[in-house]
Design a protein around this ligand. Structure first.
Ligand code: FE2
Length: 176
């Protein structure tokens, strides 16, 4: 539907290799599954996280365009710690923990939320902060991988997310 492919991998792969695959419309997915004891959340991706959380989004064109563009930027700047860190945060708060408006409702699209029952309930509750998506704010917001998130960013649409990547040229200029 979008030209993307799934590439099976044994577990976590190096960030550079990960984004090289993403830049080429190949989404790495793990082939092992979490134990019962870690049913709700695990830090490293497993098959449930990848297939249930990420695979459906590979059918969405603007979203895929966004991922590809982030992947290409990440490859281009793979030796810059500053830009890599910014892009990691952009990826985290969208592909992994993103929310999207649909009419008057806020819905989940991030795979990190979708593969955790507690994070699903938490992200839509009144406990965390929910902020409108702004790539410059997102790229400067630190995150933790070992607990429920304190803040989520809400995109208006996947088209908005895709077009936001165009503004990242400004970021590149600033960092240099
Ligand atoms: Fe993931």
């Amino acid at each position: 539907m979008t030209g993307w492919q799934i590439v099976p991998v044994g577990g976590l792969i190096e960030v550079k290799e990960f984004f090289r695959l993403i830049a080429n419309k190949r989404f790495p997915m793990t082939t092992w599954i979490r134990s019962k004891e870690k049913l709700d959340y695990i830090q490293e991706p497993d098959l449930f996280h990848d297939v249930f959380g990420h695979a459906p989004m590979l059918t969405n064109k603007p979203f895929c365009g966004f991922m590809e563009a982030v992947g290409k930027l990440a490859v281009k700047h793979e030796d810059s710690k500053t830009i890599s860190g910014m892009l990691d945060r952009l990826w985290w708060f969208t592909v992994e923990f993103g929310l999207v408006k649909e009419g008057n409702e806020v819905k989940i699209f991030g795979g990190g939320i979708l593969s955790s029952k507690n994070e699903v309930a938490h992200s839509l509750s009144n406990k965390p902060q929910r902020k409108d998506f702004n790539p410059n704010v997102v790229m400067g917001t630190p995150f933790r991988i070992d607990r429920l998130q304190d803040v989520f960013f809400v995109v208006d649409s996947f088209e908005e997310l895709f077009s936001s990547i165009e503004n990242l040229g400004v970021m590149e200029a600033k960092v240099k």
